[in-house]
Write a protein that binds this ligand. Structure first.
Ligand SMILES: Nc1nc2c(c(=O)[nH]1)N[C@H]1C(S)=C(S)[C@@H](COP(=O)(O)O)O[C@H]1N2
Ligand SMILES: [Mo]
Length: 434
């Protein structure tokens, strides 16, 4: 199944500490690229034959892999107004007022890479692309993009994608990783096939417990034997109807940096569950143990801890669903407004948002905003309100969403955790009114 040896690598704690959601900074026994990389692995990574490959000195690092060492500047050319949080790997988010569109356009969608953008994506070349499904299934599948388009029902859905670390910058004490503020989230429109239809075609065995997702993005070390990230979800989540294997975003090919030609979209879960450049789904009989499944990556303490606590690794549990949240996207924070002004934004939850309230008196009183139903499950719900202020001056507008299960956004950072995940505190903007 896995001729280049990238599929079963589970050495999450040998990953280099790059940024967000990285494994512990200790590099234990990292396989040395300069020794054993096979010609077959290099060939697979380059995507073409290397005719004189047998003459490459042992340990030689091909010049063509150099892009894995550089920031992926080219793929960011289309982005507009994003804030770069890290250059290598490239990570960027949008300020709230640039996320005002009902459906997030490609130029505003945050980027979260753990490795480099793969060659085929840089070239937007999908020729020969296949997705394999194997493991705890009755029949292994190897599907081309045409197979996916032709053999399964194609659906289009607006689905929220949010990094588990969105809001990390507000935790005190701070956590290492990308200092995301509020913008590592977006809601584009995705077209693809249901993950569950593909899994059911393969026939999920009763022994199935978890999925393991694989893409072909190169590790920043350039070592083709290492994979930057491979996460999965409980099999029950994978079999819900909302998760997609997507081949289009906003009616176009998925942009290179967002996973061309194929990615998962598993809404309601941390963005890391939505593997980009998807090549393989391994149905597992145990919880997946790919890179960034273990240690402190996407994990929370099993019990509440005081801020700054050193939590033992064995007490960390996998973060599953994302908490209820909202974002004020207009006006822009710092704006001058009249004594009466309109605000608007989006709200989302793992499930549905029941109400959004706003406050202009630091949370003393709240007014209910007008809230739209989602166009489909896991789509952004848009809200709007007209705010009247009693006199001219400085005001803060706060927004707070409550989901249908009664869970609501806290005023300050919720449960502190070592890596700063799941911050869904109320969004606040400042205005000068009158
Ligand atoms: N192959 C691959 N898939 C990946 C990642 C990655 O680094 N490589 N990053 C994950 C994380 S942590 C997030 S939050 C989302 C970000 O998706 P985006 O860059 O399209 O916004 O992709 C996920 N899928
Ligand atoms: Mo993420």
């Amino acid at each position: 199944m896995d001729s280049v040896g990238r599929g079963t690598n589970s050495d999450s704690n040998t990953d280099t500490m790059s940024a967000d959601e990285a494994s512990p900074a200790v590099e234990t026994g990292r396989r040395a690229f300069l020794k054993g990389t096979s010609l077959a692995a290099l060939t697979a990574m380059m995507g073409v034959a290397i005719p004189f490959g047998r003459f490459m000195p042992e340990g030689y690092s091909p010049v063509g892999l150099a892009h894995a060492q550089e920031p992926d500047r080219g793929v960011m050319a289309e982005k507009d107004g994003v804030t770069i949080r890290n250059e290598r790997p490239i990570n960027a988010e949008s300020p709230a007022h640039l996320l005002d569109d009902a459906v997030t356009p490609a130029n505003r969608l945050f980027v979260r890479n753990n490795g480099a953008v793969p060659f085929h994506a840089l070239d937007m070349d999908a020729s020969g692309w296949t997705l394999s499904v194997d493991g705890e299934v009755d029949t292994d599948l190897e599907l081309s993009l045409d197979d996916l388009r032709n053999d399964f029902e194609v659906v289009t859905r607006q689905l929220v994608l949010e990094c588990g670390g969105n809001g990390r910058a507000f935790f005190v004490p701070g956590a290492s990783g990308n200092q995301w503020t509020t913008g590592a989230v977006g809601c584009p429109e995705w077209t693809g096939v249901r993950l569950r239809d593909v899994l059911n075609r393969a026939g999920v065995r009763s022994s199935a417990v978890y999925t393991g997702h694989f893409g072909n993005d190169p590790h920043l070390s350039g070592d083709p034997e290492r994979i930057p990230i491979s996460r999965g979800v409980p099999i029950a989540k994978a079999l819900e109807e909302d998760a997609l294997i997507a081949f289009a975003m906003n009616g176009n090919d998925i942009p290179a940096v967002h996973g061309f030609p194929l990615r998962l979209m598993v809404p309601g879960y941390p963005g890391s569950a939505s593997q980009k450049w998807l090549t393989r789904i391994w149905v597992r009989d145990q919880v997946h143990d790919g890179p960034k499944m273990g240690g402190y990556s996407y994990r929370l303490p099993a019990y509440p801890v005081a801020p700054g606590t050193e939590v033992p690794e064995e007490d960390m549990v996998i973060m599953d669903t994302m908490p209820v949240k909202s974002l004020i996207t207009n006006p822009q924070t710092g704006a001058q407004v009249g004594r009466s002004f309109d605000i608007r934004g989006h709200a989302w939850a793992d499930g549905e948002v029941a109400k959004v309230e706003t406050s202009i008196d630091f949370g003393q009183t709240w007014q209910e905003a007008t809230l739209d139903a989602p166009v489909n499950a896991f789509a952004w719900q848009h809200f709007r309100a007209t705010i009247e202020v009693p006199q001219a001056g400085y005001y803060e507008v706060w927004a707070k969403a409550t989901d249908t299960q009664g869970r609501r956004q806290p005023i300050t950072t919720p449960g502190w955790n070592p890596r700063g995940y799941g911050n869904n505190m109320v969004h606040r903007i400042a205005v000068l009114a009158g």
